[in-house]
Design a protein around this ligand. Structure first.
Ligand code: 7TS
Length: 411
């Protein structure tokens, strides 16, 4: 591990456990949900033990303190993603809600029949189905950027799809299956040249790469707390202020209004207009702690460690007979998400046998059915790594794969 990450595993209590059979946990499923450091767990306890109450309501001291803490989290998130203002940071329940929020507000308000939305087959269903649904409702048309054989977006094809009919490009920063890192700034620039907006699904990219929404010209960005070492049930929607100001509310109720009369109501300003009801309070506060943790580690150190892991995983997995890794084979175009199949092995059998050795991986379609259809496979096994993983864990994965191959009589 790189120097300043040497003790990082000790920050994550769950990682240092052994199963009843004595096997240590090898957690290779951070793409589904990452683990959280002690600081985040402690922060949640601190909220509940010391100042829990509702936010943005009473004048009492607890309410004041918890509101200050939640707004401090918002400020941290703002500077973490380079947003111009805290008013552009909306707490949601996660990426899925963030996408639905924009699809249901922007989409319903601005999309007309014949307008086009550009998607692609590597998107997670969360950044796919909401657009499909609103497009159908509004009579808009979906266009799909072709994937290259190695699982990257074909940018020439993207360019050919862009026109004055394009209203939105929805794209993931990093594929949750192929690991592909998409050229967001370049894509945003091209979208803006035809007057379209770009919606970036940062669920997988935000935990691994620095992002600057202003420099990269991102209009909307979504990400989830639980994948960025924070709590589940909380996430973020970033929207450029001018866009958010022109959107109708998503949900109606408390906190999002300025005045309510019997026949009509008026909406609060940003970000409250999009935060109806009581939010996940401790989760929002602790998301700020998770962001602080990542910021303190620094993306230089995180990426250095992930580079070591990525090179090692590509090499070691590549040596396993009959194993095919999907997505770019070169690390500079991908993150540390490795989905694979082994000739003759069913992914579920493989994942089950790996679990016997204490290895936690995911199998299935990973909520990317169009991608699996494109790859002509029903399912895959996925090992997703992050900075707290080690090369020893990759060795353990490979050993367990050999064990599975024997059990499945592939050797
Ligand atoms: N977008 C991407 C790229 C994702 O990987 C996921 C979750 C989501 C959106 C949805 O995030 P949520 O927090 O709202 O659920 N991906 C995965 C996964 O790959 N395995 O489990 C969840």
């Amino acid at each position: 591990m790189v120097a300043n990450l040497a003790s990082v595993r000790d920050d994550f209590p769950i990682l240092n456990q052994k199963f009843p059979n004595g096997q240590p946990l090898v957690y290779l499923d951070s793409g589904a949900s990452a683990q959280r450091p002690r600081a985040v767990i402690d922060k949640i306890t601190e909220v509940y033990e010391q100042y829990y109450s509702n936010v943005h309501r009473g004048v009492h001291q607890l309410g004041d303190r918890v509101t200050t803490e939640m707004e401090a989290a918002r400020t941290r998130i703002q500077s973490f993603i380079g947003a111009a203002s805290t008013e552009e940071i909306i707490f949601t329940s996660g990426t899925t809600m963030s996408v639905n929020m924009v699809a249901q507000t922007w989409g319903r308000h601005f999309l007309k029949g014949g307008d086009e939305i550009i998607l692609n087959e590597m998107e997670h269903h969360a950044n796919f189905v909401p657009w499909q649904a609103i497009a159908r409702e509004r009579g808009a048309i979906l266009k799909f950027i072709r994937l290259t054989p190695e699982g990257r977006l074909d940018l020439d094809h993207y360019q050919s799809l862009l026109s004055s009919r394009t209203k939105l490009v929805a794209v993931t920063g990093m594929s949750n299956v192929l690991g592909t890192i998409n050229p967001i700034a370049e894509m945003a620039h091209r979208a803006h040249e035809v007057g379209a907006l770009i919606f970036v699904d940062g669920a997988q990219s935000v935990p691994h790469q620095p992002i600057d929404v202003v420099d990269s010209e991102i209009d909307f960005l979504a990400f989830s707390g639980h994948k960025v070492f924070g709590p589940s049930g909380i996430g973020v929607l970033y929207g450029r202020r001018q866009l958010l100001e022109n959107l109708p509310p998503f949900m109606y109720g408390g906190n999002m209004i300025s005045e309510v009369h019997l026949e009509e109501s008026h909406w609060a300003g940003l970000p409250a207009r999009f935060e109806a009801g009581t939010p996940p309070i401790a989760e929002a506060v602790a998301l700020g702690t998770a962001i602080e943790y990542v910021t303190d580690l620094g993306f230089d150190a995180i990426q250095e460690q992930e580079h070591i892991l990525g090179e090692y995983a590509l090499q070691k997995l590549g040596e396993v007979p009959g194993l095919q890794i999907y997505g770019p084979q070169e690390l500079k175009q991908r993150g540390t998400i490795f989905s694979f199949n082994i000739d003759g092995a069913h992914p579920e059998d493989l994942a089950t046998l790996l679990d016997r050795k204490g290895i936690a991986v995911r199998h299935g379609h990973h909520c990317t059915m169009p991608l699996h259809q494109h790859l002509n496979i029903a399912a895959s096994v996925r090992a997703s790594l992050t900075f707290y993983n080690t090369t020893e864990e990759i060795d353990a994965l490979v050993d367990a794969i050999h064990f599975a191959r024997q059990r499945l009589r592939l050797v």
